[in-house]
Ligand binder design. Structure first.
Ligand code: SIN
Length: 330
């Protein structure tokens, strides 16, 4: 029988330090709003104190505006949500002119998710965001994991050599650090993370949605117009944790932002313990726009209860796991 984990004296929640570092950035907490679940931030200001977030990640931006996919493009599933928005967004110019100033003034870290429909438009997008942002963007989160568009997105997110070439080209075009958002639909998640790391990525966001389907049996139709969509929410949390853990063990120097069904402070702590240094909250925001502030306080209280003084002390700390669980790529 393995030894019980050592006891740690509880701490008052106020004594817990939630500051964290990610790819050279200092964040006041590890909790960020996930891309696509918080638009460009403004609409949420009426519901929550945005200055209390660790940061926020915008909806994916492309060089030109997009209307996205036909409706219905979102539906609820057991313990989750299926979406096929199709990366609707205002485009680079309108983002820089109309959305970024608001975000810059919040004083929290600003991550801009971006994508293209082919190789040149990915690079163009990284270049134009980087050139036009002044000091207003902290991270460009490169989306090679959207399952809902015909060209771009996950097309670049399943073959490590392709992801490597694209990441390298975008890193060279940008003065802002690039974090690559990877897809759980890629077979070998460690291989993908390794490929983008070697291409100069400052970190990875793990994971985007998993392709799924829901059917309205009375109408004999898929519930969303594109038939398939991306599944998010608590249903995917165990998969996300497994992937964060595998990448953290294989590539301990690569910063990881964990994503997938975070609804509570305990969920967030699971991601930190698996090896993430920041955590994004997404689907929870559709039901509870103020979820991140609640989750922040739950995390602080739980870390205090467990005697964990700061985020660094939580990251990658798993007691009593076998030292050599073999990693077998799918
Ligand atoms: C979408 O807009 O279709 C979702 C974005 C994503 O999965 O990256």
């Amino acid at each position: 029988m393995s030894a019980p984990p050592p006891a740690h004296a509880p701490l008052a929640p106020e004594a817990v330090d939630l500051r964290t570092r990610f790819a050279g950035l200092e964040l006041q907490t590890p909790l960020l709003a996930a891309s696509g679940c918080f638009a460009y931030g403004q609409q949420f200001a009426a519901f929550t104190d945005l200055r209390r977030l660790g940061g926020l990640v915008t909806k994916g931006i492309s060089p030109a505006p997009r209307y996205g996919n036909p409706v219905p493009r979102i539906c609820e599933t057991a313990a989750g949500m299926l979406n096929s928005i199709g990366l609707e967004n205002v485009g680079v110019d309108a983002f820089l002119a109309d959305k970024l100033p608001f975000l810059r003034d919040l004083g929290v870290s600003v991550w801009v998710n971006f994508f293209g429909t082919d190789f040149p438009t990915y690079v163009e997008c990284a270049e134009r965001l980087s050139a036009g942002a002044g000091a207003g963007i902290d991270v460009l989160e490169m989306n090679i994991s959207c399952p809902n568009i015909k060209h771009g997105g996950i097309e670049f997110g399943t073959v490590p050599e392709v992801a490597h070439r694209l990441t390298k080209a975008c890193v060279e075009a940008s003065s802002i650090p690039i974090v690559v958002k990877l897809s759980p639909n890629a077979g070998d998640i460690v291989g993908m993370a390794q490929a983008v790391k070697e291409a100069g990525a400052a970190g990875v966001s793990l994971i985007n949605t998993i392709t799924g389907m829901a059917i309205d049996v009375r109408r004999r139709r898929p519930r969303i117009a594109t038939t398939y969509g991306g599944l998010s929410g608590p249903a995917i949390k165990p998969i996300a944790l497994r992937m964060v853990h595998q990448v953290a063990r294989a590539l301990p120097d690569l910063p990881i932002c964990g994503i997938g069904g975070v609804m509570s402070g305990e969920d967030a702590l699971e991601f930190l313990m698996a090896g993430a240094t920041t955590v994004q909250v997404g689907t929870a925001l559709f039901a509870e726009p103020g979820a991140i502030v609640r989750i922040t306080e739950e995390l602080r209280a739980l870390m205090g209860e467990l005697g964990i003084a700061d985020v660094v002390a939580a990251v990658g700390v798993l007691e009593a796991i076998p030292p050599e669980v073999p990693y077998v790529p799918a």
